[in-house]
Design a binder for this molecule. Structure first.
Ligand SMILES: NC(=O)c1ccc[n+]([C@@H]2O[C@H](COP(=O)([O-])OP(=O)(O)OC[C@H]3O[C@@H](n4cnc5c(N)ncnc54)[C@H](O)[C@@H]3O)[C@@H](O)[C@H]2O)c1
Length: 440
């Protein structure tokens, strides 16, 4: 099938490459010339495991193409995916300007039946807005070409995005047009050969499903963070509590890890957006307000521990920071807790030497010209001469460090672990002072 992917970011590039991988002819459009140049020269603009190889393979096979030419992109695919960004507006609502611009472009140039698929995370009612924008553009040209607008929210996780797209837990399709629903079934058949995972529903329910999923996951995180803080206060161990509750199949083990608060390009903005959607509908979402508040507080927990140990004034102190990306296996720095933690340490006078396996280039852009933040070439180089180590992202390479070497490089053997990577008794037995989250 000929497919157009509008927006070639984390979602669009992964979706485009995976759809090409199963034999489709995919053209990815982006207005960002730099991204398209990187892709055309054989690279990829983001870090995502397995993606570079897949993009190369499908380009070489002639099934995956890139362009900045809007007209070419619109005339290309019978299916037009909209996978552009939906960043938060000032009032917390999802800013739909990119989605609507993409829809208008489709209406401007389409000349045969098309299925327009909202893959971006968009508030309930957006499919109607997309349908209207396309209709208006068609009307300007006096064109009556039929089209259908479908909601197909994306559930891939950065860091495992290729795997998630190729082997999805579920594919949610909101479609009220039979022809479009059939096309979507055909398109997704290769990704669910052992059993049907496509859940067909009405468009509004599909739109809300995505927000409900992210809101639920954010809730689990904030809940566990509060429990961890309580465990710490009461002398209990959150890791033991986690195993105790995870064994209940109604709860399950996934997503029960306390830490330094959720970040990334989705949870923070999606929680805000669903709160705003509800407010517009005359409802206050009490639970999600609390989830957001707890998350903001949690970003300060690691710094609080550092201040308790070193005092309020950190002038002259240097901290090694392991991990900058909002989670492992990605270079995405959007809303990363490291941004807040580093900024607060620096505000209090500290210097930081940071190390992240892939996100340092992105971090340099995010932090700009911050003179008190330096970047190290390895985890050990980061701790050289530092007063303490702060662990912010749970990259695999931090899980089993050479503690003896760490001890010789640090000025004092102190670790603030925002990701609970180590067994407290073991680290302490090696002579470290160790401050994890919610552990004895
Ligand atoms: N990143 C994730 O893990 C993830 C997961 C599920 C859903 N989502 C949702 O998917 C959407 C995209 O997220 P992302 O992380 O891929 O964003 P992104 O910022 O990485 O990519 C969006 C791309 O769209 C391009 N763009 C903007 N307007 C355009 C237009 N009119 N025509 C063509 N290209 C245009 C931008 O230049 C950018 O490259 C968002 O709604 C997000 O909430 C993201």
């Amino acid at each position: 099938m000929k497919i157009t992917m509008i927006g070639t970011g984390y979602v669009g590039l992964v979706s485009g490459a995976c759809l090409a991988e199963v034999g489709n002819d995919v053209l990815c459009l982006d207005l960002d010339q730099r991204k398209i140049e990187i892709l055309e020269s054989g690279g990829i603009p983001i870090h995502e495991p397995g993606l570079l190889e897949m993009v190369k393979r499908n380009r070489a096979a002639g099934r995956l193409h890139f362009t900045t030419n809007v007209e070419k992109a619109v005339t290309w695919g019978q299916v037009q995916f909209i996978a552009v960004g939906t960043p938060p507006d000032e009032d917390g609502s999802a800013d739909l300007k990119h989605v609507v611009a993409a829809a208008r472009n489709i209406g401007r140039y389409m000349n045969e039946y098309k299925v327009i698929v909202d893959k971006s995370t968009v508030p309930v009612g957006t499919a109607d807005a997309v349908r209207a924008a396309i209709g208006e553009e068609l009307a300007k040209r006096g064109d009556k070409t039929p089209y259908a607008v479908v909601s197909n929210p994306e559930f891939l996780k950065e860091g495992a995005a290729v795997e998630d797209f190729m082997r999805p837990d579920r594919i949610v399709v909101g479609a009220e047009d039979e022809r479009a629903a059939h096309i979507m079934r055909t398109l997704y058949a290769p990704f669910q050969r052992n059993h049907d995972r496509l859940i067909l529903m009405d468009v509004r329910s599909a739109e809300l499903t995505k927000y409900a999923a992210n809101a639920m996951l954010a809730t689990r995180i904030s809940f566990m963070n509060e429990m961890a803080n309580l465990a710490e206060r009461l002398g209990a161990d959150i890791e033991q509590v986690r195993r105790g509750i995870g064994s209940d199949p109604r709860i399950g083990y996934h997503f029960l890890y306390p830490g330094v608060g959720y970040g990334g390009s989705c949870f923070p903005k999606d929680v805000k957006a669903v709160i705003k959607t509800a407010a517009d509908a005359g409802m206050k979402l009490e639970v999600l307000h609390a989830v957001e508040l707890a998350n903001e507080k949690q970003k300060g927990v690691l710094v609080d521990k550092i201040l308790k140990y070193f005092g309020e004034n950190l002038s002259g102190r240097t901290f090694a920071m392991w991990g900058l990306a909002f989670k492992p296996n990605t270079d995405d720095m959007r809303e990363a807790p490291s941004l807040v933690i580093a900024a607060e340490l620096i505000r209090r006078g500290a210097n930081i030497t940071a190390y992240d396996p892939v996100a340092m280039d992105e971090a340099k852009q995010a932090f700009g010209n911050e003179l008190k933040l330096r970047y190290a070439a390895s985890p050990l180089a980061a701790v050289e001469g530092a007063d303490a180590l702060a662990i912010v992202t749970e990259w695999k390479e931090f899980r089993s460090p050479d503690f003896a070497a760490l001890k010789t490089k640090l000025k004092q053997p102190v670790i603030f672990d925002g990701r609970n990577l180590y067994e407290p008794a073991d680290v302490r037995a090696q002579g470290f002072e160790y401050f994890p989250i919610g552990r004895k």
